[in-house]
Design a protein around this ligand. Sequence first.
Ligand code: ADP
Ligand code: MG
Length: 241
Amino acid sequence: MNLHEYQSKELFLNAGIPILKGAVALSSIKAKTVAEQLGGDVWVIKAQVHAGGRGKAGGVKITNNIDEVESIASSMLGSNLITKQTDRNGLPVDCVYVECGTEIRSEFYLSLLVDRAKESWTFIASSEGGVDIEAVADETPNKILKYTVNPIEGLNEAELSHMATELGFVNETVIEFIDITTKLFLLAKQTDANLIEINPLIIDSTDHLIALDSKITIDSNALFRQEVLMHYKDPNQENAL
Ligand code: ADP
Ligand code: MG
């Protein structure tokens, strides 16, 4: 079962994984109200569909004009968003996520997935974030870092620290990276997720790590014991595929 970005971010918030302030809106008026409540002077309006590649397809728009929040949301809501990851019909945009805008110093890729072949979990990370990770894997495979967790020993902080250093993190960002990956690991186990992806994980202008995008897939076979997550199911997205 796929979760929307806003749902994944709810789980991130509860897990203590740093995200920006934001809220979901089902109407353009509500989108503007959310922006007013968030405050600040830059907002990002993000179409909520079960597919990535929204940025390049017009599904992620940034503005510093609060009235535009409403008009952008209005143009997204009710439309079908076609991205590189959808079929040619696209997916219906029933809600948007309105989030504070941030400056981005650099973008990274980070994911944690169930590695069936290795009967464990694997972290995948890259300093080439924000872009199509498959293209990075094809063109510059040396830029993809992997750490498979030893299922008996569990998470090894030294491995996470090594990964952080390989990504180019220093000082406080190494500590933040270890904190985020440790929390991701706990969250994945608690929610029976088989994939949690953060693309991009960014360093902001104050040198802190933030999960700017998030995608979680829950193992459908485990839903019987994840009742609280069942309300995240969105048949409109699933039937459209
Ligand atoms: P997708 O992966 O579907 O294209 P993302 O959430 O990754 O959607 O957004 C695409 C890009 O938009 C990001 O790589 C980032 O550069 C920018 N972006 C997303 N959210 C914000 C934000 N809150 N503030 C500033 N830029 C953002
Ligand atoms: Mg993304």
